[in-house]
Design a protein around this ligand. Structure first.
Ligand code: APR
Length: 256
């Protein structure tokens, strides 16, 4: 149990970040909240008010009604493309640059599908839940990045196969995570000495399991989230602030 004030935690975490050999970070929807990206747990807006997102994000929903599911994902894709990275994304990209500059290792594992980390300049991003910016053929698996305007038809026909459709390259409930992403996240969680959990409710597995794995392999864990999570007790430092407020302050407090 830590009784440190936020200021003390920020200072201690900043010092640890400046010295860590390998920093691994897990981000969730909270990191994109300040960019205005809505999550599944937000209520749906406008035309989509009647829908429960959990029932749209499944292979079965797509099989039953590919038109509605693809239209909803295209709406969200355009929302992600219109959004801008926020101060949290920028601070994480800066943290990666600083870590690499002193020959440390840095791995950013994200559950977000919006590509905002990459747009902020982060390089070593592991997309655990895929990306909504890319879509793939239901038959060949080939990927494409549609232009930043609505898809021409719902469901969108695949350009790669006459009987194929395009679907978002995201992981739906009940689907496997991409094997290469899981392997990269698993390796980083075992190898890192400092693990940051930022803006995730830590209830969706296997993603949340990487916090436990890192902790069990001896890494110190920091949690940045306005609210407590089921894994807060694993954290050496908890910073109960918004990521876009906390992260720039932590990076600024790092000793040179
Ligand atoms: N800064 C930091 N954390 C925040 C902020 C913020 N500005 N705003 C909200 N949060 C926190 C919330 O307190 C919550 O704990 O972010 C967390 C968001 O939790 P979820 O919506 O459950 O998001 P996430 O953990 O990414 O969900 C995992 O579940 O919805 C599916 O596949 C989807 O990748 C997603 C997965």
């Amino acid at each position: 149990m830590s009784h440190a004030t936020t200021d003390e935690s920020v200072r201690a975490l900043a010092g640890a970040l400046a010295r860590a050999r390998h920093i691994a970070v897990l981000t969730g929807a909270g990191v994109s909240a300040e960019s205005g990206i809505r999550t599944f747990r937000d209520t749906m807006e406008g035309l989509w008010k009647e829908f429960d997102p959990a029932t749209l994000a499944t292979p079965r929903a797509f099989a039953r009604d590919p038109g509605t599911v693809s239209r909803w994902y295209d709406h969200r894709r355009l929302g992600c493309l219109a959004a801008e990275p926020n101060a949290a994304h920028n601070a994480l990209a800066e943290l990666e640059r600083r870590t690499l500059a002193r020959a440390g290792r840095f791995t950013l594992i994200t559950q977000n599908v919006d590509r905002l980390h990459q747009r902020a300049g982060s390089r070593s991003v592991v997309e655990l839940h895929g990306s909504i910016i890319e879509w793939r053929c239901t038959i060949t698996g080939r990927r494409t990045t549609p232009p930043a305007k609505p898809l021409p038809a719902f469901p969108p026909p695949s350009p790669f196969h006459p009987e194929g459709l395009l679907r978002p390259d995201v992981v739906w409930f009940g689907e496997m995570l991409p094997e290469s992403a899981v392997e990269a996240a698993d390796e980083a969680a075992r190898a890192c000495d400092l693990f940051l959990s930022i803006g995730t409710s830590s209830v969706v597995y296997p993603a949340a399991g990487f916090i436990e794995l890192a902790h069990d392999h001896g890494a110190r864990v920091a949690e940045i989230n306005p609210d407590a999570t089921p894994l807060s007790s694993r954290a050496a430092w908890t910073i109960r602030e918004k990521a876009g407020v906390a992260l720039p302050g932590i990076v600024a407090a790092m000793p040179a």
